[in-house]
Design a protein around this ligand. Structure first.
Ligand code: PBG
Length: 325
């Protein structure tokens, strides 16, 4: 059996041509990326999120410019988050036909109809307590929340969303949403379920962006314990049984092992969410000159694909698009 010095691993790394020729699969392609968008009430609003440099909240009238730029860059999908003016106990703004997301959906669809439009289905931006469901005696009530989520998903579908993506982590929501969509002539609207969504500190900047910080307690009674991987497989399986078309692991970078396990276990399209805190860490370090921004971002996204994700939701999509051109 040959060994060193007959075997030299560095032979195939000697030139750029050799390295390219023997590069393994994960190549970041623009067609695999989904860009998040935050939309707020008002007119003429374009405000940068302080903890996420380069990411903005837009009012509906300024969305056309943003989505035209995204489409021109070659990005094929966006995921939409709404920040309403008024919040209440049950987040009724989330399913209002003239709500902020419903308005934004129509604007985006009228501007770039071919852009794949995913909507985040959740209550935390719309409730005055900031939790992802109806709160009863201080506890997020699972079964009462299901009807609300189903109503939100239907209203998004009716407004023109291409895909709905529930991120609340209630049990049974995929089934409840699927049934309601089907009952309302929306049987062709797919569901991306945030199936294995961890209770993560990496959502910090997002909560600033979306004004969805829980006003009491935390999300530990519905989002997953970061220690758990076997439980993630049960969550994923459950959502598949309930009718999810695509399953998601979130966050991505601290959960590459989970992405890998899910890829090995299920033959379902798999999304990963490269979340706000992952973005902000890179931006902060690059801003200090401590990291090469472009190389770091490409390495992170490559690792998420290598772990097994088919599509990646990432705030870096626009920068990546410029680099890949
Ligand atoms: C809403 C939701 C959150 C994110 C996506 N949808 C926040 C949360 O669960 O607190 C996080 C996204 C990010 O951090 O980029 N439930």
């Amino acid at each position: 059996m040959a060994n060193f010095p007959e075997i030299r691993m560095r032979r195939l790394r000697r030139t750029e041509g050799l390295r390219k020729l023997f590069g393994e699969t994960p190549r970041i392609e623009l067609s695999d990326l989904i860009h998040p968008l935050f939309v707020v009430e008002g007119t003429g609003v374009k405000e940068e999120i302080s903890s996420m440099p380069g990411i903005f909240r837009h009012s509906p009238d300024l969305l056309p410019g943003e989505v035209e730029e995204i489409a021109k860059l070659g990005i094929s999908a966006v995921i939409l988050f709404g920040i309403p003016k008024n919040k209440d106990e049950v987040g009724s703004g989330a399913h209002h036909p003239k709500g902020i997301v419903q308005k934004a959906i129509q604007v985006i669809k009228n501007t770039v109809p071919e852009l794949v439009l995913v909507t985040d289905v959740c209550l935390c931006e719309y409730t005055n307590h900031g939790h992802c469901g109806a709160v009863i005696d201080g506890y997020v009530d699972n079964d009462k929340t299901l009807a609300l989520l189903a109503e939100i998903a239907v209203s998004h579908g009716q407004a023109g969303a291409d895909i709905v993506a529930p991120s609340d982590m209630m049990d049974g929501r995929v089934m409840a949403i699927r049934k309601s969509l089907d009952k309302n002539d929306l049987s062709l609207v797919p569901i991306i379920s945030y199936a294995a969504k961890y209770a993560s500190a990496f959502y910090g900047p997002f909560r600033e962006a979306a004004e969805s910080v829980p006003q009491f307690g935390d999300r530990l009674s519905y989002q997953m314990n970061p220690s758990n991987c076997r439980e993630a497989l049960r969550e994923i399986k459950q959502d598949i049984v309930e009718g999810a078309d695509v399953v998601m692991v979130k966050p991505a970078l601290a959960y590459l092992d989970v992405i890998h396990k899910v890829r090995d276990t299920f033959n379902y399209p798999l999304a990963a969410y490269n979340v706000s805190g992952e973005y902000s860490m890179v931006k902060a370090a690059a801003g200090q000159g401590w990291l090469d921004e472009r190389k770091t971002i490409m390495e992170i996204l490559t690792s998420i694909k290598r772990a097994g994700a088919d599509v990646i939701i990432t705030y870096h999509a626009k920068e990546v698009a410029k680099w890949l051109k």
